[in-house]
Design a protein. Structure first.
Length: 317
């Protein structure tokens, strides 16, 4: 029901009454949810949100200070307080340790990070998830996905107009239903992933829970690279104007990403092929990065980003 309700788009030509009828969504519930949801940002906020999304996608190691400078270089004067608020609204955090930037729930249990120094050698050894912002013609949505680290395959994804835990739980349950259970599941410390609704699903399946260190997007490296790829190769190019178009477009893109797009880190194989064959994937997760590497966004190998691919950095059978 939650997912169907999110498909109702007031900007579509088809009346809301007809959309609700087709989707079997109670119209009163839809309007109540719309009233309870936060209001859409004004046009200035929407512009700044889109610019910050582009900034973070190109420079994921930028915090609020550098983002202010990046905006100023493009002719937009925005104070740091406003930038921090908008980055929090987008769920963005720079790839370097910093205080009080993740939306951690004070009453939720946080689990230790289990992956540092680990060799990823097989499918379903480690899955991970994250949430990113997706801009639309008027407004925006949130996208979550679950990725298998060995093969880089997108196992499930969902979109939502709010950052509540519901669509994250639906995405997790869908992945588990279609691909079995991973040994370890990694996420950040966001309230969606530390919630009882989310962690209980993992615990019932006997899955070990791993969570990134505070402010360390480096710890969830493969999903961060997925966001960059899907935005540059699909979202920015197509400029989706409504939820229905976004859903259709992402459905097509993720099928292409899994089944037909060659991945350099997989020896130009596809994620689905590597996942099925259990051969040709993997990665080595370093114990730590130098401070200089974190500050510049460059890892010790000299490559921008943060992962060490199986093909280039470590030989994994």
């Amino acid at each position: 029901m939650t997912e169907r309700r999110q498909w109702v788009d007031v900007q579509e030509a088809l009346p809301v009454r007809a959309q609700c009828s087709l989707l079997q969504v109670n119209r009163a519930v839809f309007y109540q949810h719309a009233r309870n949801s936060s209001a859409l940002p004004d046009e200035t906020d929407l512009l700044h949100l889109r610019l910050l999304d582009e900034c973070y996608t190109a420079h994921p190691y930028y915090g609020s200070r550098r983002s202010v400078v990046w905006l100023a270089q493009r002719g937009y004067t925005v104070n740091r307080k406003r930038v921090r608020r908008l980055m929090q609204q987008l769920g963005l955090v720079a790839m370097a340790p910093q205080p009080d930037t993740s939306k951690k729930h004070p009453q939720h249990k946080v689990y230790p990070y289990l992956l540092r120094g680990m060799a990823i050698t097989r499918p379903n050894q480690v899955w991970s998830t994250d949430i990113t912002y997706v801009r639309l013609g008027r407004g925006f949505m949130y996208l979550t996905a679950i990725l298998d680290w060995y093969s880089r395959k997108v196992l499930s994804w969902r979109i939502s107009n709010t950052m509540d835990a519901g669509f994250c739980v639906e995405c997790l349950e869908d992945a588990l239903a279609h691909y079995g259970t991973p040994e370890i599941f990694n996420s950040d410390q966001g309230a969606q992933f530390t919630s009882e609704a989310f962690t209980q699903v993992l615990k019932e399946k006997g899955i070990r829970i791993s969570m990134d260190g505070r402010g360390r997007a480096l710890d969830n490296i493969f999903v961060e690279r997925l966001w960059r790829t899907v935005k540059y190769e699909d979202i920015y190019l197509r400029g989706y104007t409504g939820v229905a178009a976004l859903y259709t477009g992402l459905t097509n893109y993720f099928q292409f990403y899994n089944e037909r797009r060659p991945h350099q880190s997989l020896g130009y194989a596809t994620p689905s092929g590597v996942y099925t064959a259990a051969k040709g994937g993997g990665a080595a997760i370093p114990d730590k990065f130098s401070n200089a590497a974190v500050d510049s966004g460059i890892n010790k190998t000299g490559n921008q980003g943060q992962r060490l691919s199986a093909a280039n950095e470590v030989a994994l059978s």
